[in-house]
Design a binder for this molecule. Structure first.
Ligand code: COA
Length: 438
């Protein structure tokens, strides 16, 4: 059968697709910018007629009724690898729960917990080419694994999605149905760096030498540093998240990928989130390859890049060197994502370094982010035994291999001056570093 005929036979409306969902089923979806917007929206029309349908999500980008509306309790439950704004709210209302994970194993561990069972997969893809091949575009972290595992596979075709290469290509014969929804791809613009972010960016830039391969994590600070490495030569990119600032680095000739020891000549990523500038850059660009999180974020794969520098940000760091990037005390804020994967992989690379950069205070300077102990109930994103380099606007603390007393001293130097004595006094009072030691 010809490709056009196959497409025609598999083409259904979003209403037909959501009508196939049954009570107690589990549905995996494409993540972030690869969300199936039409299917998730149409699901609200049938959700109240069925019970206990579980979604596996990651960084949802829009406030879908099925997740946000209180009347969905008992009908829809959101198991989530990475919270965004809406999930923090629906968590409190009892309709969402975080799945602890390192993103390189998010889909494989989840499938392990169900003996490989997934009822339905809804992802997104570009329209097929004349041979029937489609690109899974900008959300590879879990899409490939879930697509292969699901009993019922439906792709939402969107002509606005960029065609990306790597492990992205699926054939029309690999899916059961297609729906169409040509909405604009969700955008996440970045704001210009603040004065503090500029100071932090300067310290990070000093640690990125010519020929390094970089990873930039999610959040204001990692995205801001691209402006500070415009003088570097022959940088490479191996990253979970591909962002707008990387386009500037390529266009300025800073990123050439020539010196990469793994995938030379190529930017390697797993998902992309930014603006149209980024999506246009990715479309049909053979210098960029997108792979599943299982590959891109595997620390052993990351480590094959020499001089690998990972840059992520955090909410709190304690004097043991434990990094919390995912919760504010007991409140789940986001997720581990690929932070531990990339921090570990970078340290395993020859000449590599894992950087966690954060502002020294939060809440308008009223609290220190460098703390004697993490807030009770905080999720540990990077354990103390994995931590490497912490940076604030006050400088750089290199913690790898240091004892706790020396870690405390290094961290106190980069804490805000208003909190330095407090950190030491608390460390003493709690017996983490007894006074006679400092
Ligand atoms: N205590 C209490 N609140 C704090 C805090 C602290 N120590 N530190 C920050 N906050 C608050 C901020 O005030 C802000 O609150 P607001 O939204 O009310 O203004 C909020 O937490 C977010 O802080 P901000 O610094 O603006 O966050 P960000 O957008 O730069 O993201 C992380 C920072 C750490 C949440 C984000 O990078 C993350 O989730 N990281 C984990 C995943 C990861 O790094 N993956 C890497 C591969 S992509």
């Amino acid at each position: 059968m010809g490709v056009k005929q196959q497409y025609k036979e598999k083409y259904i409306s979003a209403s037909d697709a959501v009508a196939m969902v049954k009570s107690n089923q589990t549905i995996g979806i494409g993540i972030a910018g690869a969300e199936p917007v039409g299917l998730l929206t149409a699901m609200a029309d049938v959700a109240l007629d069925i019970e206990d349908v579980h979604f596996w999500t990651c960084l949802p980008m829009r406030p879908y009724d099925i997740f946000m509306k209180q009347e969905m309790a008992g009908h829809i439950f959101n198991e989530n690898w990475f919270y965004s704004y809406g999930d923090r709210k629906t968590h409190n209302e009892g309709r969402a729960s975080y799945i602890p994970n390192n993103l390189n194993r998010a889909s494989t561990d989840k499938l392990f917990s169900t003996n490989g069972q997934l009822d339905v997969f809804w992802g997104t893809a570009t329209p097929p080419n004349e041979d029937g091949f489609m690109s899974l575009s900008i959300g590879l972290i879990v899409q490939g694994d879930l697509l292969e595992a699901a009993d019922l596979k439906i792709l939402e075709i969107n002509e606005n999605l960029p065609w990306t290469f790597g492990d992205t290509i699926v054939h029309i014969s690999d899916v059961d149905y297609v729906v169409e929804n040509h909405v604009p791809v969700v955008e996440l613009p970045s704001s210009p760096p603040s004065e503090i972010e500029e100071q932090i960016g300067g310290y990070i830039a000093d640690l990125i030498k010519d020929g390094s391969t970089i990873q930039l994590g999610i959040g204001g600070i990692p995205n801001a540093i691209t402006a500070f490495i415009m003088e570097r030569k022959d940088l490479g990119i191996h990253t979970e998240m591909v962002v707008d600032g990387m386009v500037d680095l390529v266009e300025a000739g800073v990123v050439t990928n020539r010196k990469k020891t793994l995938h030379p000549g190529k930017i390697v990523g797993s998902f992309a989130l930014g603006t149209k500038k980024l999506y246009n850059f990715l479309d049909g660009n053979k210098d960029v390859e997108m792979y599943r999180g299982y590959y891109t974020n595997n620390p052993y794969v990351i480590a094959k890049n020499n001089q690998m520098i990972s840059v992520n940000t955090a909410l709190q760091v304690d004097i043991l060197g434990q990094v919390c990037s995912q919760s504010i005390g007991t409140r789940q804020f986001s997720g581990t994502g690929g932070q531990l994967d990339t921090h570990r992989g970078a340290q395993m690379s020859e000449g590599g370094r894992g950087i966690i950069a954060l502002r020294s205070t939060a809440k308008k300077g009223s609290i220190s982010t460098i703390v004697p102990t993490l807030a009770p109930g905080a999720g540990v994103t990077v354990p103390s035994q994995d931590v490497d380099t912490i940076i604030t606007e006050y400088g750089v603390a290199e913690l790898r291999g240091l004892c706790v007393k020396d870690r405390m001293e290094a961290l106190v130097k980069i804490a805000h001056p208003d909190f330095r004595d407090w950190i030491k006094e608390e460390a003493n009072r709690l017996g983490i570093v007894p006074k006679l030691l400092f």
